[in-house]
Design a protein around this ligand. Sequence first.
Ligand SMILES: *[C@@H]1O[C@H](CO)[C@@H](O)[C@H](O)[C@H]1NC(C)=O
Ligand SMILES: *[C@@H]1O[C@H](CO)[C@@H](O)[C@H](O)[C@H]1NC(C)=O
Ligand SMILES: *[C@@H]1O[C@H](CO)[C@@H](O)[C@H](O)[C@H]1NC(C)=O
Ligand SMILES: *[C@@H]1O[C@H](CO)[C@@H](O)[C@H](O)[C@H]1NC(C)=O
Ligand SMILES: *[C@@H]1O[C@H](CO)[C@@H](O)[C@H](O)[C@H]1NC(C)=O
Length: 395
Amino acid sequence: INGSIPCEIGNLVNLRDVRISNNQITGSIPHSIGNLTKLEGFYLLNNNINGSIPCEVGNLVNLRDLGISDNQITGHIPHCIGNLTKLETFYLNNNNLNGLLPIDMANLTNLFDLQLFNNNLYGNLPQDLAKGGLLQHLALGNNNFHGLIPVSLKNSTKLFRVRLDRNQFTGDVSQSFGVHPHLVYIDLSFNRLSCTLSPSWGECLNLTSFKISGNKISGQIPREIVQLPKLHFLDISSNNFVGNIPREFGKLSYIFQLNMSNNHLTGTVPQEFGGLSLLEVLDMSSNNLRGEIPIQLENCIKLNSLKLSGNQLSGVIPFQLGNLNLHDVIDLSHNLFIGEMPQQLSKLMELRELNLSHNKLVGPIPSSFQSMTGLMSLDLSYNYLEGPVPENHFF
Ligand SMILES: *[C@@H]1O[C@H](CO)[C@@H](O)[C@H](O)[C@H]1NC(C)=O
Ligand SMILES: *[C@@H]1O[C@H](CO)[C@@H](O)[C@H](O)[C@H]1NC(C)=O
Ligand SMILES: *[C@@H]1O[C@H](CO)[C@@H](O)[C@H](O)[C@H]1NC(C)=O
Ligand SMILES: *[C@@H]1O[C@H](CO)[C@@H](O)[C@H](O)[C@H]1NC(C)=O
Ligand SMILES: *[C@@H]1O[C@H](CO)[C@@H](O)[C@H](O)[C@H]1NC(C)=O
């Protein structure tokens, strides 16, 4: 269906449900929509609707579901939205909305799903947003919100999925959340959150993804977090974490992606990492780690990408790495590795990228490296290597 929504829709005063999503509707939402006071569901998702949200929407006091996402809506979210106290789901994501979130949004105490991501909304969020305590899904990512994360979230025990990433939220991250037994996914990446992580994250027992990359969070990694029984994906990279990597990491038996890069972590890579049998991606680059690569990593049979660059790791490169399934990246650059390159690495026929530069490696490039036909990038610079370069197409 193309064309615009006719103004005369306002005559259909007994309509309860309008669903015209996934068409090519253009034009703006007519003001006469405010006549449809019996409307309970209004779905315009994924069209080409422009203009702003008419204030008359505030008359639709029986609305439970309002979906206008994936259009080209501009302007502000009107204050009168606060009249829609029965609203349960509200989708405005993927539009061009700007301005502040009206303080009256806090009146929507029945909301359980609020999605405003990918707009240009800015300013502080109402601190009593979701005070009704029913909110399950909150997706505000990729806007310009700043200020504190609403304190009311701390008591929202029904939270299931939360995305506040790519905004400019500030404040003490340990004060913003509490115990959320249903929380499965949280992404707070790329904000300006500070202070430390609260041990109470360890009580969010259903958490599978925890992403806080690119903030200013400091202190040690709480042991409680690395014991979350269902955690699959942990990204705490690009923060100010200090101290040792907790040995309890070995209990994260479901983890498949672990990114702790670009912090100030010290100590060694725990041998307990060998217990992470589903681990596919391990990035601990740009920290202050010392000691040797634990050979127990040979038990991480799914490991696909290993980045340990920019540390002070030493000893020889364990030949056991050649037994793994690494077909993406090995980056051990900028460390203090000694000895010869293990020829077993050549078993990684599919490896795309190998970077052993800036170490203290000696001896020849093993001729068996000829068989590494998957290589797209090889960097062995800044070592003490000698002898001939293997002969194959790549070299
Ligand atoms: C519908 O709304 C329009 C504009 O808001 C108004 O002029 C008109 O009288 C209304 N019609 C009905 C049937 O209520
Ligand atoms: C929201 O609630 C406050 C306080 O109860 C009230 O003053 C305000 O008028 C309400 N806003 C709307 C748009 O209903
Ligand atoms: C959270 O709940 C506790 C206990 O029910 C209450 O004392 C506190 O005021 C609430 N905090 C917020 C921010 O609503
Ligand atoms: C780890 O996070 C950093 C950003 O903090 C990112 O640049 C890097 O690509 C991530 N590592 C992996 C393996 O995804
Ligand atoms: C290898 O790593 C070094 C430092 O970590 C980096 O400067 C260099 O660009 C990398 N080489 C390639 C080919 O990516």
